[in-house]
Design a binder for this molecule. Sequence first.
Ligand SMILES: [Zn+2]
Length: 267
Amino acid sequence: MFHKFVNRYIIEGELVAATALHIGAAKDEFRPNGCKNPFFRNASGLPLIPGSSLKGAMRSFLEQYLSSEAGKEEIPKNIIYRSGICNEESPCIDLKAGGKLEEFFNSKKPDAPKKLSDYLFGAPGAKEKGKLCIVCRLFGSPYSAAKLSIRDARVIEKTFHREFEIRSGVAIDRNFGTSAIGKKFETEVVPEGTRFSFQAILENGDATEWKIVQQLIRAMELGLIPIGGMKSRGLGEMRIEGAKYQDINGNNIAEYLTGKIIEFQEL
Ligand SMILES: [Zn+2]
């Protein structure tokens, strides 16, 4: 299933900070201005939004959306994989399924990889549906790679003037509702209006997966998927602008590989 090329959708656009944005860096990272909560940077000191941060935000939005009444209608019932989505009470791979996976992994039979793939992803005409829900298929699970990959979003330099801003505040003690003594904090943010390049790639997506990915991009156009830290303080509202996509498939892959430019289409 994975080694065969079916299609690839390449989505590009610009992510615009509608409010200031904070993406936390590792604790032991260099702190250029002594700020305790520095912004994540690339090797040249420019702000960067790791693909994993974007992916995490998109995944949790999708989980909420697809568990809502409107979202439940989006996955057709006759699909070859689980039409509901997993949650703690009903994981895609429960203990029983985990045992079954182990059997496939330990099997020496030549058809074991195909059976494993059908078991996880489903196969047309099979008695049982594929175990993995659409969220796990798109964003990955401990048993399968993600079909949707999100690149690190690099800052568009002309929109960032090498100036981070510092937000300071007082940490509130959750139990007493008072400010904890000495718990003043400073957080580094990039200002509103800063732009980042966005790229996502859907590999071998079926029609339903592609529709769901387009809905995700739509939600990002509307600013419904906040990103990064301090969201409860109004930070991290991001919007995608100018989203467009390239559709690479069996009909144009040869041209694509010989360097012919495949036109982007509006999303
Ligand atoms: Zn799942």
